[in-house]
Design a protein around this ligand. Structure first.
Ligand code: AMP
Ligand code: ZN
Ligand code: FE
Ligand code: FE
Length: 279
């Protein structure tokens, strides 16, 4: 039995805990394998790997989660076992983070126009050195008393197509799958349940290097998990999984390690990079 969580956010993006804190909690939960998958950033990877030196029973997979552009929405692509020092990957991620910055400033301006101002400086502070995202803006709205929960901030203002929502620069899923593969990583489609024409989409991405889809995810109902796992099997893809834990303290948040991922799925991912999964 390998206890694992392959979808975790840290302060390098919109997670509440630092890579060091996350690694420590993972070890105390008895997890054997975790992947650090921050939005558009690999900055949490090196500190997590360093912190994991203290815990021989815990293996940290370097990862990333990148938002990509599709008509009428966005699709997230995970990269596992990436070379987090790959220069091309790093420069693309930096560009995406810069675009997040400009977009967040525009959202702050829209919120002021809507009569619910927050300080840009404060949003920047909440994001710390990590890539700035909507959860940081939601936190600033909460602090200013404009909303009474992060959920409300999304529902009222910053959800996709909400009155303060602003788009940002993104690459296509194909470009991202190729970039991750070039950086030595395994491209895996994140939380795919809402993607339109999923089978067609998967086969398209498989042609450019997709190796898996996330089937065991967060609060996905058993029916959805079964469907996605069957798709993985139909197309010869690995079914991956994780909690998407952000540590934001919502009462309904799935805890780290809270999603059961079959041992053979973890083993398949390790096998794809020529490694043996921890027993
Ligand atoms: P961004 O990458 O800046 O567009 O922000 C997306 C992040 O916001 C997601 O990864 C979630 O962590 C969070 N998020 C998106 N929608 C909601 C929602 N309705 N309620 C709470 N958090 C959300
Ligand atoms: Zn997030
Ligand atoms: Fe995501
Ligand atoms: Fe995520």
């Amino acid at each position: 039995m390998v206890k694992t969580d392959l979808h975790l956010h840290t302060t390098a993006s919109d997670g509440r805990f630092s890579p060091q804190e996350l690694v420590k909690s993972a070890a105390s939960l008895g997890l054997a394998v975790i992947a650090i998958t921050d939005h558009d950033s690999v900055d949490g990877v090196a500190p997590a790997l360093a912190a994991a030196q203290e815990y021989p029973g815990l293996r940290v997979i370097p990862g990333v989660e990148v938002s990509t552009d599709v008509p009428h929405g966005e699709v997230h692509v995970l990269g596992y076992f990436i070379d987090h020092r790959d220069p091309e990957l790093m420069s693309v991620l930096e560009r995406l983070r810069n675009s997040r910055e400009l977009r967040a400033e525009k959202m702050v301006a829209k919120l002021a126009d809507l009569g619910v101002p927050v300080e840009w400086q404060r949003v920047r502070e909440i994001a710390g050195r990590g890539s700035v995202g909507r959860p940081h803006i939601a936190q600033a709205l909460l602090e200013r008393g404009h909303v009474s929960s992060l959920k409300e901030a999304f529902a009222k203002y910053i959800r996709r197509d909400g009155p303060a929502y602003v788009e940002r620069e993104k690459m296509t899923p194909e470009q991202m799958v190729e970039l991750i593969a070039k950086a030595g990583g395994l491209p895996v489609l994140a939380h795919p349940s809402n993607i339109e024409h999923l089978e067609e989409f998967i086969t398209r991405l498989q042609k450019v290097g997709l190796v898996g889809i996330e089937a065991y995810y967060n609060d996905y109902p058993q029916k959805v998990v079964k469907y996605l796992a069957s798709l993985a099997s139909k197309y010869g893809l690995v079914a991956s999984g994780g909690s998407d834990y952000h540590g934001l303290g919502n009462p309904d948040e799935t805890p780290m390690g809270g999603v059961a991922v079959p041992v053979e799925c973890v083993a398949k991912l390790f096998a794809l990079v020529g490694q043996k999964a921890p027993a």
